[in-house]
Design a protein around this ligand. Structure first.
Ligand code: PLP
Length: 370
């Protein structure tokens, strides 16, 4: 990740801190996703990474019809961008059920699906859909080891699946398995972990088949295990990576074999030189995500070895013997360690094409409610 890979003309007039998207790199990442998946129909990319309708349109232009999201605002953003199939991969509870029904009425050309992992939740969803005079597709969320949401792929999953089949206002959408805990550095170890999940999944599929319950699709995984899942031969499998569309410094370091490149950076400027060996930037944790440990929240291709010694809301302080080279107003580019929450901090991203700023795209779904 050298500065040459991210050279941009015309930054003088661009206010900082701000997000830049490199369009060619996004296109390359989308092409790589299609290559790994084997076909567009085996993809259901998660849009929580970018929350940006223009990137959805790039995916649609490549024939990617199924899309995953985590919030109602992302579901609306997808429908407005023209997505025909939207999976809200999140348990829908409380008044959010009725809001989902309302959104479904607003976008009749989009087919919506949701996740469920609890009998009480499917009953509430069924009541809300019935009251709204509509019906939603439900995928049973399986807990395949992360222990965040989901039901174990055994008897309880079969019972929930049968319940969904019986309830009015719901129809069976299949199964969902997200294995965010599988981040083994060794790709072979990751592959073995996915193989073990597939054995459990196959057992569950057999039980559902014996009961003549249809499984229209199985939506699985994120970026680290994307290639492991894509190599499986389960019927109607859809891989749901998200981060790799924009990618980031963390995943590049941990999973170089995947072949994705960071396509988003934050433009920052030197605002102060408080000591001979210090450079202070306008890159606080309100401009770059702070969920990685302090000191590791971004990578500077120009100053890769400078320790990040202080990170406040609007300031990032670097310690470097090269500090004298920098004057207030000088620009640096920072590759975020974690891109998804970084995008959510910005209203828009400037678009770089062939090294030139050509416009900007809104991060429409950074709001929570829709
Ligand atoms: C349910 C679900 N699916 C897919 C993804 C995408 O994973 P990744 O960001 O590793 O691509 C996530 C990420 O948080 C997720 O929570």
């Amino acid at each position: 990740m050298s500065r040459q890979d991210y050279s941009v003309q015309g930054l003088e007039k661009i206010l900082s801190p701000t997000l830049l998207f490199f369009r060619e790199k996004i296109e390359n990442n989308l092409a790589r996703m299609l290559e790994i998946a084997g076909s567009a129909d085996r993809l259901c990319p998660h849009v929580k990474t970018h929350k940006c309708p223009e990137i959805v349109k790039l995916a649609l232009a490549r024939g990617i019809r199924h899309h995953k999201c985590a919030t109602l605002a992302e579901a609306v953003m997808l429908a407005e961008a023209g997505a025909a199939s939207v999976l809200l991969a999140y348990p829908v509870v409380g008044p959010n059920c009725a809001r989902l029904a309302e959104i479904m009425r607003r976008f009749p050309r989009t087919r919506f699906a949701v996740l469920a992992d609890h009998p009480a939740a499917v009953e509430a969803l069924s009541a809300a859909m019935t009251q709204a005079g509509t019906s939603v597709e439900v995928l049973v969320d399986l807990d395949v080891g992360q222990h965040r949401t989901g039901v174990a792929p055994g008897e309880a999953a079969v019972m929930l699946y049968e319940k969904i089949a019986r309830l009015p206002g719901l129809h069976l959408g299949g199964l969902h398995a997200y294995d965010g805990h599988n981040q083994q550095p060794d790709a072979e170890e990751r592959r073995r972990a996915v193989d073990a999940i597939v054995r459990d999944l196959s057992g569950l599929l057999e039980q559902l088949q014996q009961r003549r319950l249809p499984v229209p699709r199985i939506v699985v995984g994120g970026t680290p295990t994307f290639a492991c899942w894509a190599a499986q031969h389960l019927p109607n499998l859809q891989c749901s990576p998200g981060t790799c569309v924009l990618h980031d410094a963390n995943y590049s370091r941990k999973f170089p074999e995947l072949g994705f490149v960071p396509a988003a950076v934050v433009l920052t400027r030197v605002i102060s030189r408080p000591a001979p060996d210090r450079v202070t930037l306008d890159l606080g944790y309100k401009a770059v995500c702070a969920d990685p440990p302090a000191g590791q929240r971004c990578v500077f291709p120009d100053l890769p070895d400078a320790p990040q010694v202080l990170h406040n809301e609007e300031h990032l302080v670097l310690q470097t013997p090269l500090a004298q080279r920098y004057q207030p107003g000088d620009t640096l580019l920072a590759i975020p360690a974690h891109i998804c929450p970084t995008c959510a901090l910005h209203d828009f991203a400037w678009i770089v094409e062939k090294g030139q700023i050509v416009g900007r795209w809104p991060i429409t779904a950074r709001i929570r409610m829709a």
